[in-house]
Write a protein that binds this ligand. Structure first.
Ligand code: HEC
Ligand code: HEC
Length: 382
């Protein structure tokens, strides 16, 4: 028991030290999630003991190169299992077999796993182009719905929403969301061809047999671009007295909306003279979808703007079209249309200098505002 308390204190120290930590530590639910992830090891001792591992896996477990898996925010039990299996030959990789042999003591494995597990959760990279976005959507579909035609199983059943793993007390299934694409492709291919065989009861072998190389590419593209960390909507409170807390990490855009400030989908997101959206804004918009899912009372106001180029009439129309494009995207993602108002304001209210190119880009934008507080105030006044 004493040992356990010491470790919890160590985790707290670790989280407080990590200034870039994505965890809201004032949220006790999130803290219990980190403790759960971290397991029985001592993360402070683990930081020192993992110095050699950090060379490839990154100082905080968020490795830079795609061939070295990210370990940050991964379940400690899963990490321990892998290290032990590299040691006993159940999982084979030349580099890692040597590395794992350098940490023979159980306590060292516990501590190292605890250190990486307690670090800032691995996160996907933004989508760079149209091709990636197409593959991302294809992968997301396969991940969530499977493919009834060839019997592909739904990954989401075991690996959780967006590959964030399962809730507390179920750490058999590794976190996949935000992992490197190259690494994911390699693992899926190796499961398929029975090169990697350390999955319990051949679970991953049976799943990957059905996958084509293109399927694998799509799944890995999706998982490596998942906007993280873990935007999991809280489940409805269960009737049982022991409620399991859901991890909630609030994206900045939600805070912005709650403070009644606009989220700006800016300039470079739109082609000049056009209402067409560039793919890189998808992450911002998906966060807004998440916000609406969390806030049943919130409505959205989308206000489109244009820069000063072109006639006033054309700009009015263009700004409305831009707001409508954003609306269309949100509706496609499941936001009820009656919770969105879209309008255009032409080149009014510039936020950038219309004399410069950068300024005009800033002015070609859509502002997303939430009316949640206003409504609450009205209700309170009633
Ligand atoms: C020289 C580079 C290098 C070093 C140093 C290194 N690793 Fe690795 N590690 C790898 C590679 C490459 C893989 C992927 C192996 C594969 O493809 O199966 C890996 C995989 C792993 C995995 C499996 C991750 C997963 O998601 O399944 C764990 C756990 C791990 N390493 C832990 C460690 C630990 C602990 C140390 C330090 C004792 C360490 N590594 C040092 C290169 C390295
Ligand atoms: C029936 C449950 C189950 C389903 C469904 C499932 N997996 Fe897995 N998966 C596992 C388990 C268990 C492991 C861990 C194997 C181990 O312990 O080494 C795993 C491991 C993995 C890994 C290795 C992660 C790493 O860090 O090395 C990848 C990648 C993966 N799964 C992807 C997928 C994808 C993609 C799908 C859907 C096509 C999927 N899984 C469906 C159970 C499942």
């Amino acid at each position: 028991m004493l040992h356990r308390i010491k470790n919890i204190a160590a985790i707290l120290a670790m989280v407080l030290l990590a200034s870039t930590s994505a965890y809201a530590i004032e949220n006790p639910d999130t803290l219990s999630q980190i403790i759960q992830r971290t397991g029985i090891g001592d993360p402070v001792a683990g930081k020192e003991k993992s110095a050699v591992c950090q060379g490839c896996h990154g100082e905080d477990g968020n490795s830079a190169a795609g061939e070295f898996p990210k370990l940050a925010g991964q379940w400690s039990d899963y990490l321990q299992k892998q290290i032990r299996e590299f040691q006993n030959g159940a999982r084979v990789n030349e580099t890692m077999t040597d590395m794992a042999a350098s940490v023979p003591e159980f306590q060292d494995i516990f501590d190292i796993a605890a250190y990486f597990a307690s670090q800032k959760q691995m996160a996907g990279t933004p989508i760079e182009d149209e091709t990636t976005q197409k593959l991302y959507l294809e992968g997301e579909k396969l991940y969530t719905l499977g493919n009834a035609e060839n019997g592909s199983f739904r990954c989401v059943k075991c690996h959780g929403e967006h590959g964030s793993g399962q809730p507390l007390n179920n750490n058999l299934f590794p976190v996949l969301g935000g992992q490197h694409k190259d690494y994911l492709v390699k693992q899926l291919t190796e499961f398929k061809h029975e090169v990697r065989e350390n999955d319990r009861s051949g679970m991953m072998l049976r799943i990957t047999t059905h996958l084509t190389d293109h399927n694998i590419e799509a799944l890995a593209t999706y998982l490596s671009h998942v906007p993280a960390p873990v935007i999991a909507p809280a489940p409805p409170p269960p009737p049982a007295p022991v409620a399991v807390p859901a991890p909630i990490v609030i994206p900045d855009s939600w805070k912005t909306l709650l403070e009644e400030k606009p989220v700006r989908i800016e300039g470079t997101s739109f082609v000049t003279g056009s209402a067409k959206l560039k793919s890189k804004v998808v992450q911002a918009l998906d966060e807004v979808v998440g916000f609406i899912g969390q806030q049943p009372d919130a409505k959205l106001e989308l206000i489109g703007y244009a820069d000063i180029t072109g006639s006033a009439k054309k700009n009015m129309q263009l700004s409305l079209e831009r707001a409508e494009t954003v609306k269309k995207y949100l509706v496609k993602k499941g936001v009820p249309a009656d919770r969105i108002i879209a309008r255009g304001e032409g080149s009014a209210n510039p936020v950038g200098d219309n004399k410069t190119k950068a300024g005009r880009a800033k002015n070609r934008r859509v502002e997303i505002r939430s009316t949640i507080k206003v409504e609450k105030k009205v209700r309170a006044a009633e």
